[in-house]
Design a protein around this ligand. Structure first.
Ligand code: DCP
Length: 245
């Protein structure tokens, strides 16, 4: 649910279109919201949740998991399942709701000096909406409407991000992990779908040749087993938390 109360931007800056991301302050109900924001990004089943769970044990970090449960149940409907069944018809429905729920996450009043969240409104647009459109599964009019919404939101609302942590996997690893976890909606996901998402992530965060970057990127190789991944997170702890300075 979107919290009640108005959001007031107190640090207004000259803006030029959607490419301008600020670390401006947001004030909601009088609470100063300036804090480091770290977004964990990566392909489907790349291990984002495990990473967030690991850092949730650290004090002074608040962890916001992705609102995927909402995407599977909005007033008794499952837009995630609908999107996988018929992307042309339901892609815009899911992505409109994803955009709303992620915006809500970005704007929640902070309770800690460091906030870590799963995905962002930026990857929702630059990766998932882009993928639906480029693969011919989203009508141009739907893409235009979603883009207008995204441009309006990112132009008129300050959405600060200080660091992107990219869990870099091979699409094959994600495919194996997907098969293991067996989420009902995702049984239809073929390897090619994970390959497209992977390519879009690489273009955005590694080649930096597609969409604007809202923050610097820290890449963590994430094809390893759980034990090694926990080790990787520990090794990168300082770099990740340096976003707080
Ligand atoms: N999804 C989508 N559009 C978005 C964001 C996500 O269609 N803008 C879909 C992809 C997945 C489901 O939502 O089927 C949840 O995906 P995530 O990769 O975000 O979450 P996971 O639980 O798979 O992440 P991980 O396994 O890395 O913890």
């Amino acid at each position: 649910e979107l919290p009640a109360g108005s959001v007031r931007r107190i640090q207004s800056r000259a803006r030029s279109g959607t490419q301008h991301f600020t670390t401006g302050k947001l004030v909601r109900n009088g609470v100063d919201n300036k804090a480091a924001v770290i977004c964990i990004e990566g392909n489907i089943a790349s291990g984002k949740t495990t990473c967030l769970e690991y850092f949730s044990k650290t004090s002074n970090i608040e962890v916001l998991t992705e609102p995927v449960s909402k995407w599977r149940n909005v007033r008794g409907h499952n837009p995630l399942a609908l999107m996988y069944q018929d992307p042309e018809r339901w892609g815009i429905t899911l992505q409109t709701y994803v955009q709303l729920t992620l915006l809500d996450r970005h704007m929640l009043a902070r309770s800690s000096p460091v906030r870590m969240m799963e995905r962002s409104i930026f990857s929702a647009k630059y990766i998932f909406v882009e993928n639906l459109f480029k693969s011919g599964k989203m009508p141009e009019v739907d893409y235009a409407v979603l883009s207008e919404w995204f441009d309006w939101l990112t132009t008129n609302i300050s959405i600060p991000v200080d660091l992107i942590v990219y869990l870099q996997t091979s699409p094959q690893t994600c495919h194996e992990r997907l098969e293991q976890r067996c989420r009902e909606e995702e049984k239809v996901i073929p390897l090619e779908y994970l390959e497209s998402i992977h390519q879009l992530y690489e273009d955005w965060l590694i080649k930096q040749s597609s969409s604007p970057l809202p923050a610097p990127v820290l890449v963590i190789p994430a094809d390893y087993d759980l034990q090694k991944m926990l080790h990787q997170y520990e090794e990168n702890r300082d770099k990740i938390l340096a976003a707080n300075n």
